[in-house]
Design a protein around this ligand. Sequence first.
Ligand code: ADP
Ligand code: MG
Length: 687
Amino acid sequence: MDIKELKGIGDKTAKLFEKLNVYTVKDLVELYPRDYDIFEKPLLVRELDEVDDKKIIAIEGIIAKGAELYSTPRYKIVSCVLRDLENQTIKCTWFNMPFLKGSLKQGMRYVMRGHLTRKAGAYVLEQPDMYTMMQYSEKMGNMQPIYPLTKGLSNKTVVKAVKQALEKYNVGLEMEFLPNFVREQFQLAEHNFAVTSIHFPAEMESYKQARKRLAFEEFFLFVLAIRRLKETNAKRANTHVIENDSRTDAFIAHLPFQLTDAQLRAWEEVKQDMRGAGLMSRLIQGDVGSGKTILSVLALMNTAFAGYQAAMMVPTEVLAKQQYESICEMFDKQNVPLKVSLLMGSMTAAAKRKEYEKIKSGEVDLIIGTHALIQEKVEYHSLALVITDEQHRFGVNQRKTFAQKGEEPHVLVMSATPIPRTLAIIVYGDLDISIIDQMPADRLPIKNCVVDETYRPKAYRFIEHQIREGRQAYIICPMVEESETIDAENVVDYTAQLKKELPSDIHIEYLHGKMKGTEKNEIMERFATHQTDILVSTTVIEVGVNVPNATVMMIENADRFGLAQLHQLRGRVGRGKYQSYCIFSSSIKNKKTKERLEILNKSNDGFYVAREDLKLRGPGDFFGTRQSGDMEFKVGDIFTDAKVLKDAADAANAIMEQDPELELPQHIRLSEKVEQYALQSLDKINL
Ligand code: ADP
Ligand code: MG
């Protein structure tokens, strides 16, 4: 059912909904609130340090000084001072509501509820609504949904539309599909209650019940869908038996470094898989910088030496180019006679056609590339191994499509997502797992610091010094260009400013995701070959980029990123033998932000970071800063909802044991749901 069939939604509003990926009424019902407006107990001024900026809060107090009215060129501002129950004060301001002045009299008692901001170190409550204590206590506990919005689309419009969808059309409401014993064992609310209550919870408890049920349901369908994938994989016999090649051993012996024990263990497992009875489907999990690439290279080599083709898919062109070049360089150095091809979307049609031909004829042995590798036009000659690097950037189905390009190829995936083994076994249910839990021996731990913007001049001197020593630096800004609504550094202006601050012989360039593919590649290339000293970038460089000569990573507005993302960014340095440094810069002073950044300051271990992050966010945290687009289920979070995930996996296993094909009459609805999930949702989850 098209969303335009709802009352009050015409072409214009429908277009706005499209920006949120909402096309049908069902999409709308699955657009869950990102937060709720809750009338919470009023706070005291001294409690505000704990509160995030811009959050809506309420304070009860007495107007200490009658209202003042003043004008700026753009606004008329009314302000008054509220004294709380402990005699601490806070300023309240209203824009363009001059008529309020008369009604704000000294001595009056109100609950003021508005956005908390910090101006010049003092708290201000902006645009508050006023209530008497009586009015306020009636509203206390009430939860109103706040939806993800886009410019021009109001929360009210979404609320009305969702209400209609649920009440008038029963969209999203359907017969219960979870078996009774599962609902009883794990104490799960009923499906329809959950769908209704996630939008309009009667109180906190119903919200919690609703969320738990929806998270469980999603994990449960996911695990069942993945399990069925595995069943199909398991039956596949190894049609490409690949023995270890002595030339690969020689290559290892002549590398400029020794493989770590952890790398060697993983390599043994890969070799065994490839010559084993069944096809390989293996995940290699290792923290950033643990040396996963070299293992890919070895697997690619063995496959090619056995006379087959092998391909590796990576998430960005920058990374594809880099992997391609580093492989070619290694092969050059050791005279490895294998032919490597690079395939990327931004190449000209003619260049692509040339590569397609070489791939089809079997003239090339190894193919490195982006999503371009799974385009229909690519036909492989004898593909026996597919590798996905930085797996967390790909959906499960992309991985599948890639595997289908070959005739029953071996599958190897690389991931840096620091997820505990017990969880990994569940979410990567269709894969065997090797873990690289050790860093190369020559690494010095990265030195970290957390600073505010007053530190900038010092940081620049430090970076300059590193550059004079022959090193390079990254500086990360959250934004591409200046924005009216978001107050954060942007790469364009930042670079211009930085050029003024540093001597002109230091080469600075910037990079961001809005640039053309070829342009990005060239900039990255110049940085990799040290024609550039400092690269100012958005998070486009987050994934996999390897420039061991870079020793400083400075991250501006660090509070704007998730911890997992910050850890990935930090992983761009400390990749060589030089001492490396990471500077997290943030001007946000509240306690939560400090605590979060302190976690990174204390440790370079991705598992530790993930674990501590989890403690801070707490289970069932629907709203907090989520991980950076990885592992994102619609409702559940594999870290904070680990318990629900495990329960869902247990339940799924119990069902599979009893009825592996989901054929029993009581599983008919469930079977349909799993099918539907595998088709529609599985691909949206990047693992
Ligand atoms: P990641 O696991 O993040 O993909 P890479 O494979 O890019 O890490 O490796 C990071 C750097 O470490 C590369 O420059 C690589 O050549 C180097 N490296 C890999 N293994 C070792 C090792 N055993 N000893 C020293 N350096 C290594
Ligand atoms: Mg890598």
